[in-house]
Ligand binder design. Structure first.
Ligand code: TRP
Ligand code: SF4
Length: 329
């Protein structure tokens, strides 16, 4: 039996190459080896976007187009929107009864955000419960492995605690999920900071390649290389991290050396990067456009995935209710 892998993303806008390198490439690989469930976390999107709820379905569809265009295969993975699978609402309520508030208040991501919460109007009951909702996503499918970034590990730890408590109270229904850490270095934004929509420093999968070029040429480089003859340190240059993600090993070695010896200039270095980015990004964008041209494609993927997810989730809920003594029989 294949192990079960569950992961998801919040649909809050178009995906960028950071998502591709940091998560999606890994998801594509995982599909070969595991039974994979990839979910659109529309309900999680509501925690910050409840006032823009009418946009979320549109963003969800765009996100699925992004996923499929990079190689997430609806024949191998169950691709679904958790807001269309009712057991998510049910199990969330049940888990909320057995999850101590203190566990949620102690989650580092929550503690960090609490300072900004009031300003952002997300000081809500639902936001506090974010990791409970995420736990539901994983355990309804009896997920064993959860590919996530470092920042999400505390959420998975909490999921394990909730599972232990549930199983202790109501019987062994759920396996304890484990984080599957993606060992790729984070791709910085064009300006060297974290790549993010809000910093306006990202390259999007849907972006026209001419626009991509225009973003690469003025990209920040190692400040040591003021003149062409000044040697640099590639680790201090965001362009180099892009090479590591999109160029072949041979080329990466040459650039590494060339930068340190000042035998390659930054313009040439960027030209090589553009060539390699084009090889990866243009086919993705072409596929994306083809997918979105025919409205039925995404709708059919979702309809099929939602149905498959619903079948698994409903059968899990039968065990949940039975364990609790809530079933009719
Ligand atoms: N919280 C995750 C994020 O912000 C998204 C997510 C929702 C998720 N449900 C999940 C990730 C289930 C893994 C498993 O990126
Ligand atoms: Fe960055 Fe390349 Fe210039 Fe080195 S040569 S500083 S890696 S752009």
């Amino acid at each position: 039996m294949k192990k079960i892998v569950v992961s998801g993303m919040r649909p809050t806008g178009p995906l960028h190459i950071g998502h591709l390198v940091g998560a999606l490439k890994n998801w594509v690989k995982l599909q070969q080896e595991y039974q994979t469930f990839f979910l659109v976390a529309s309900l999680h999107a509501l925690t910050s976007e409840y006032a823009n709820s009418d946009k979320i379905m549109e963003w969800s569809k765009e996100m699925i187009a992004d996923w499929v265009s990079v190689g997430i295969d609806p024949k191998k993975s169950v691709i679904f929107d958790h807001s269309k699978v009712d057991p998510h609402y049910q199990l969330h309520l049940i888990l909320s009864m057995i999850t101590p508030k203190g566990w949620l208040e102690r989650v580092p991501t929550y503690k960090e955000q609490i300072k900004q919460l009031k300003a952002k109007n997300i000081d809500t009951y639902g936001f506090l419960g974010y990791p409970v909702l995420q736990t539901v996503d994983i355990i309804l499918y009896k997920g064993e492995l959860v590919p996530v970034g470092e920042d999400q590990v505390s959420h998975i730890e909490l999921s394990r605690e909730i599972v232990r408590r549930f199983n202790g109270l109501y019987g062994d229904v759920f396996p304890e999920p484990k984080p599957l850490l993606t060992k790729v270095p984070k791709l910085p934004g064009l300006d060297g900071r974290k790549m993010s929509k809000s910093y306006d420093n990202a390259i999007y999968l849907k972006e026209d390649f001419n626009e991509v070029k225009k973003k690469i040429f003025p990209m920040m480089t190692d400040t040591r290389r003021k003149r062409r003859s000044d040697p640099g340190i590639p680790e201090d240059c965001p362009v180099f991290y892009y090479h590591k993600a999109f160029s072949e090993n041979e080329e990466i070695k040459e650039i590494d050396n060339g930068c340190r010896k000042a035998s390659i200039g930054c313009i040439d270095c960027k030209k090589i990067l553009i060539k390699n980015l084009e090889k990866t990004l243009v086919p993705i964008k072409d596929k994306r456009e083809a997918i979105l041209k025919d409205k039925d494609i995404i709708n059919d993927i979702l309809k099929d995935g939602n149905k498959k997810a619903d079948t698994v989730a409903k059968s899990t809920m039968i065990e949940v209710f039975k364990g609790m003594g809530f079933s009719d029989e």
